[in-house]
Design a protein around this ligand. Sequence first.
Ligand code: ADP
Ligand code: ZN
Length: 281
Amino acid sequence: MSLYGALEAGGTKFVVSVGDDPLQPRDVRRFSTSNNPVETMAEVVAYFQERGPLKGVGVATFGPIDFATGAITNTPKLAWQNFPLRDALRRALNVPVGFDTDVNGAALGEARCGAGKGMENLVYITVGTGIGGGALVSGQLVHGLMHPEMGHLLVRRAAGERADFAGVCPFHGDCLEGLASGPAMNERWGVPAHELPPEHDGWKVEADYLAQACVNLACVVSPQVIVLGGGVMSQRHLFPSVRTRAEELCKGYLPLPAIVPPGLEYPGLSGAFVLAMEAAA
Ligand code: ADP
Ligand code: ZN
């Protein structure tokens, strides 16, 4: 039996697992993202060594990341800035390491074994504390000058938006993340998103921004499916509203992809397994 390792690296916690099936992460453990990358990585390496030998490891991490150095670049967690995460694992474990953003990983997982199983063109967007998106085009994850940063798409003000709301993105104010992330909803309406009742007009505003993102991405990437995940999307009533608003915005010009919830319980972690398997293949 071939065993793989998966690491989903987030700004607050690192989740590790081993297994031979992306749909069945085994022995899941969590480490806090400490201010000491050397210590955190020693814990991660020890976890994998105790359960090895592994055929490969996959890392789906918060970003932005630099594929040349295998490091997270621009994080406010200063100790992690430019820490060579990928190579630290490669050196310690001596196995192939697949390395990508959390959302590119999730896109890959959803395309290989989730809501877009068998599809070669898929976009995955998480709507949570931040907004991020990854894309698979012709079966390959999109890497370019860096990688997609869909959370910072520029959108126009939704009908029903508060005129005085400047948005919460620390870089841009009113980009998609600044207007439609969980913290943006909280800031605008004065209550956490999960406490906003489904009939509140705030959800129409939210659906408008997400629909704009879906239409823009459909125009650029032409995915067969757009998967919307993350904490805010656990409000399932958003899905029909986003689809309806996207159709309105599109005005029948192009067929829109399916806009669906994740098929995977843990898109990032399962995606990390697929990254591991494809790195080792
Ligand atoms: P993170 O983005 O930090 O990895 P999540 O995807 O869980 O984690 O996103 C957290 C954000 O999602 C918070 O802003 C929170 O208000 C929002 N959120 C979490 N659960 C819900 C829910 N059931 N309904 C609406 N918003 C939610
Ligand atoms: Zn932004």
